[in-house]
Design a protein around this ligand. Sequence first.
Ligand code: F6R
Length: 238
Amino acid sequence: MKVIICKDYEEMSDKAAEIVISEVRKNPSAVLGLATGTTPLGLYSKMIEDHKKNGTSYKDVRAVNLDEYAGLDCSSDQSYVYFMRKNLFNGLDIKLENTYIENGKAEDECARYNALLDKLRQDVQILGIGSNGHIAFNEPGTSFDSVTHTVALTESTIKDNSRLFKSIDEVPKRAFTMGLKNIMNAKKNVILVSGKNKAKAVYGLVKGEITEQVPASILQKHNDCVLICDEAAAELIK
Ligand code: F6R
């Protein structure tokens, strides 16, 4: 795994934007694997800024998202579809019909999404990490062989995510998520991490034992994985 330690969140977002933008310029119909959460917001605003200033076009780019809460309609402002449109897609010239995410209202979304991912292999997959080492909604204990599946969210993830809801009771208890095998299938994985509260997860990601108890640790086996993190998140690996 290549590790890039940046002085702060801003520099982390710049480095990630360089990778994504150069991929799109090289391959105008690239498949981008995208994540929600707070961490990639800086990257997304830099992609929009570059699109407006330098004209990098996303008109033929395809995007596949990692995960979606189960039970939420795409019109809900807590859904990940809403998040992606608001924070990225509406600022680019990407066609919404080329953006894919699990349908939160579907009964069983997994087979459809796995078939889609077979056709749309991610050229670059953007990832964040949870404080318990989860990637996407693959919580500790998830099989390394998992593909898209439905998960019951852990108390720790519900608590982490409750900051984005009016109250913890509103956080959905289930989600659809790409599995670890779908993530490992990406040609390149770029994992972004910021903040001291993620330092332990970063240690597990880079230097810990490869174990299903730390889902992100499987990335040690990926042949093109880049960790871009700030000083605070890198505290235990320096
Ligand atoms: C989001 C996702 C999650 C987040 C992780 C970190 O699509 O898959 O695994 O990447 O929970 O979230 P933030 O960035 O909010 O700390």
